[in-house]
Design a protein around this ligand. Structure first.
Ligand SMILES: Nc1ncnc2c1ncn2[C@@H]1O[C@H](COP(=O)(O)OP(=O)(O)O)[C@@H](O)[C@H]1O
Ligand SMILES: [Mg+2]
Length: 511
């Protein structure tokens, strides 16, 4: 039996004992970095240390950002990209699922590529790759997006027809292609398969028909966004400053995902070809925001970029409201995770078990305000301090004016209580202006609307706002288009329009 003995001990001795003294935040030597080589993010919660981010001591430069809608993910990404560009001249390619970044990129003087609204991408572009390798990548995308892997014969037919099309255009499958040589499109591939079908010599015509049908979805007249000559030079994408790939004009998730996958393939290839340049912190950042299909699949090149990116100074930023949508190979390999407000127990459990933080931090996360964040960093060497800490707020480039349209005067109490319907719509000034431009409102009216909004402390009820639009001579049809662009339910739109009609003269409106 051991005997309990009292000891005299100096407090500085106690302080050396990690279980008592373990500070709640990493030491400032880790948090504070050379401002010319690191990105300022915000001030820590407890010791108010200005935290600047660098990946020098981290396992890799990749970043995951999670948090509910409106928690500030996209705002963080924008702030980060601006500062990375300022410090390292970092290029950025944003795969912009829902056109969230477009207005900002335009305003920052970046390049905008709008698929489905005038821009085309020929998925058979080689961008310096051998046709053999490019064919494999195209098939890989089809495997992620369609059921082709369940039909080996159709897969074989498709692969062969793609290769044959390259050969028909004078390419050698295993040779690096000459630059500027015209490449085939999916339409050529489909023609080849059709010719073969018509010859009538092939044993399983049904397989052939299905293979053709599958490809046609991407080549139909009017929806041939990926089966025409490209309007952009893919090989320059990674070095063109700030580039927004706006996918919102494409008809469905499958088309959006195909564009995203092809762009990742090309970027990954560029990354490998261009190799190391020791002069820069990060050469290019690729942003995947809410791109769950692309961030979630094991076969997606997002995974390859995460595995190999560091040595090429290529960083990936994935943002998602649902952390379980991010592939584990990505999530467990990112060097830094920013956790913004997260509410669902399921997601909190997942984050807590994969990142391993205290219940205190868990509680903080679930009650964070906009822009507040917990940060987890994966250091190359194991260190004797907590790797998760919280920030007062992500400190953006400039004070932002946020305009809020509140739905409480449209929703019933039960709808508000159910929490299923969004109560507030929030916009940055530019974002709101752009939405109004999209429904063809003149600049004078827009300025009037904004100043009216300003005089209401930038918060208005929806019915009030709809009346304001009406007074600005905006037709019901355009108001409906505006409301639809916020993804408001048709039933609620009818409610808003008919309420508003009580104060103005309105003719009937189709929703
Ligand atoms: N750190 C912050 N400081 C000030 N405003 C912020 C901050 N983070 C977000 N916002 C504002 O809150 C709103 C929602 O942010 P956003 O980044 O679009 O959220 P998410 O992408 O998570 O849905 C935007 O109007 C944005 O400008
Ligand atoms: Mg967002």
């Amino acid at each position: 039996m051991s005997i309990l003995k009292l000891q005299y001990i100096m407090s500085n001795e106690i302080a050396k004992r990690p279980f008592i003294s373990r500070p709640p935040e990493p030491p400032s030597s880790v948090l504070i970095n050379d401002p010319y080589k690191a990105i300022f993010i915000g001030t820590t919660n407890i010791f108010k240390v200005p935290f600047s981010w660098t990946f020098d001591n981290l396992t890799n430069p990749h970043i995951a950002v999670v948090g509910i809608t409106g928690s500030g993910k996209s705002y963080f990404v924008k702030t980060f990209l601006i500062r990375a560009n300022y410090i390292w001249d970092t290029n950025a390619v944003i795969i912009d699922w829902a056109s969230e970044y477009k207005a900002w990129v335009k305003q920052s003087g970046g390049v905008i590529v709008s698929f489905g609204k005038g821009d085309f991408l020929n998925i058979m572009d080689l961008s310096g790759m051998r046709p053999l390798d490019r064919t494999k990548q195209i098939i890989n995308s089809f495997e992620i997006l369609t059921d082709i892997s369940q039909f080996p014969e159709q897969r074989r037919l498709t692969e062969e027809a793609i290769e044959q099309s390259y050969m028909n255009f004078g390419f050698k499958l295993a040779d690096i292609p000459p630059a500027e040589k015209e490449v085939p499109t999916l339409k050529n591939v489909i023609e080849l398969l059709q010719e073969k079908l018509q010859e009538g010599t092939y044993e399983y015509p049904a397989e052939m028909e299905n293979a053709i049908y599958r490809l046609r979805q991407f080549a139909r007249e009017g929806q041939d966004y990926f089966a025409r000559k490209s309007t952009i030079d893919l090989s320059k994408l990674a070095v063109s400053g700030l580039v927004d790939i706006d996918l919102s004009g494409l008809p469905d998730e499958q088309h959006r995902a195909l564009a995203a996958l092809v762009i990742l393939q090309i970027l990954k290839e560029k990354m490998r070809i261009e190799g190391w340049s020791a002069s820069k912190g990060l050469k290019t950042l690729v942003v995947l925001d809410e791109a769950w299909k692309v961030a979630g699949d094991e076969k997606s090149d997002a995974v390859m970029i995460v595995r190999e990116g560091r040595k090429y100074q290529f960083g990936l930023i994935v943002a998602s409201q649902n952390p379980t949508d991010i592939n584990e190979a990505i999530f467990s390999n990112v060097g830094t995770t920013f956790i913004l407000r997260t509410r669902f127990e399921k997601f909190l459990n997942y984050l807590q078990s994969s990142i391993n933080f205290s219940d205190t931090i868990r509680n903080e996360i679930s009650s964070f305000g906009v822009g507040q964040a917990a940060v987890d960093m994966a250091f190359q060497t194991s260190l004797n301090f907590p790797h998760v800490f919280t920030l007062e707020r992500i400190h953006g480039e400039e004070p932002l004016y946020i305009y809020t349209i509140n739905m409480s005067d449209v929703l019933t109490k039960a709808e508000v209580d159910s929490g299923a319907i969004s109560k507030d719509y929030q916009f940055e000034a530019e974002e709101l202006k752009n939405k109004l431009i999209e429904i063809n409102i003149g600049s004078e009216e827009i300025n009037n609307i904004i100043s009216e909004f300003d005089s209401h402390s930038r918060t208005m009820n929806m019915n009030e706002f709809a009346n304001l639009l009406k007074r600005s001579k905006i037709s019901n049809r355009d108001i409906v288009v505006f409301l639809k662009s916020l993804s408001i339910d048709d039933i609620l739109i009818t409610r808003i329009i008919s309420n508003e009609s009580e104060t103005g003269s309105v003719n009937s409106v189709e929703v």
